[in-house]
Design a protein around this ligand. Sequence first.
Ligand SMILES: Cc1cc2nc3c(=O)[nH]c(=O)nc-3n(C[C@H](O)[C@H](O)[C@H](O)COP(=O)(O)OP(=O)(O)OC[C@H]3O[C@@H](n4cnc5c(N)ncnc54)[C@H](O)[C@@H]3O)c2cc1C
Length: 453
Amino acid sequence: MDAGIASDLAQLVSDPARVLTAPQVLDRLSHDFYWYSPILRPKLAAKVADIAVQPRDNVELMAVLEYAGGNEVPVTVRGAGTGNYGQCVPLNGGILLDLSLMDKLEEITPEGVAVCQPGLRLGALETAARAQGWELRMYPSTLVKASVGGFLAGGSGGIGSVAHGGLRDFATVRGFEVVTMEEPPRVVMHEGEAVHEILHAWGTNGILTRIWFALTPAVDWTQHTAVFGAYDEAFTFAESIAREPAWTKRLVTVFEWPIPSFFTPVKQVVRPGKALVLLMIATSQLGKLRAAMAAAGGEETFAGAYEGPRTQPLLSDYTWNHTTLWAMKTDPAYTYLQCGFSAAECREQFRLLREHFGTEILFHIEFMKNGTGEIIPGAIPVVRFTTEERLNEMIAYCRSIGVFVANPHVNYLEDGGRFRADNIQLRAKEKYDPRGLLNPGKMISFQKEHLAR
Ligand SMILES: Cc1cc2nc3c(=O)[nH]c(=O)nc-3n(C[C@H](O)[C@H](O)[C@H](O)COP(=O)(O)OP(=O)(O)OC[C@H]3O[C@@H](n4cnc5c(N)ncnc54)[C@H](O)[C@@H]3O)c2cc1C
């Protein structure tokens, strides 16, 4: 790094201590949970920013961007660094823009829209919202650590998606201000459909600095677990809860054995050899749920109130992509895929996968609502990793039988499953970051089009 950059950046923020140069700090801030993927691990381990800056407001942030633009220095944004695909790992050094100090919750409007800065943690927002009678429509299982900006730019959905769909659905993201990498940088408001130009673009085409995020009225939730003798029975019970609109639910998760054996801190909810269903259900429906579960052959192993992100045990800590973490703790040879099964064909798809790959793929289902309102079995199957070729064979086979796969073993947007086929994210990049300085290397269609000119 040019030693002048540190002193130049120190002029742009009110406290020079917010310009970070210590190698171990840069190493930490330059990495996320990319190591989940055995393919990304060796590719990204050595990638590190030259310097990091922690702006406190838009004035400082825009000054840093103007400086970076003028000097052709790449800028990679970081929220809390909980992404799984190395989204915030800088591939070409440069400046790491850590937004964790831009974490104000401005207000929750009477209509239930949170207005906040990007660095606000989702857990803090959930707690503040519930105190006012609202709650998040959906959140990743990294709720406590993850930031709102990082979720919008890098996440897709999670707990709550069974009722409210993914982040891109049902106008949950009402709008945001985007700071561009133009010369000079500008603040541009994106509302309605225009949010999709920037949403889930990994900070490659603009930086979210102020966000309008729709909430939903808070519910008195019970966390519930039940075990079933066979995966099919567990799946059918969970499906009946997920698909019937009369159930008020926030989470409907199914694990086949041996996945539950990985959850060592909550051994008491697990029974050897049995499939496990985790639910968050309205407390007012608990009696009815128990009857439905018993009729389906299930045995309740736990029921307790959800009292916010600090609840113990917090069942969401075992769901969505946390499941993979528990699997990897048990055996580092496990990794994962991100899939969407067909609501109508899923049983045949399960059968074909088992026939083809045996227990190399273990079923972990997260029911979710898609953008058309249909409830589908989303899935983050636990996969035993042997070689990259075998993993790609699994992905290709899934796709050949109609199972959607968002490939978590690539470090560019286009194969990650959320890139817009109409290229609106690419068009926004051409407009807002024509020099290609924002998180370079992560939107490969930009590089291709750019180089072709
Ligand atoms: C154990 C585990 C479980 C997970 N479960 C889920 C899950 O259930 N659902 C889910 O969707 N994800 C999940 N994830 C992925 C991740 O935790 C979430 O997507 C999370 O919301 C990311 O937030 P973050 O603040 O950590 O973002 P970061 O990792 O810091 O950033 C994510 C991306 O957004 C960009 N970015 C950050 N802030 C901004 C900004 N203000 N403007 C523009 N770009 C920005 C970054 O450059 C990066 O490309 C999981 C990850 C782990 C490790």
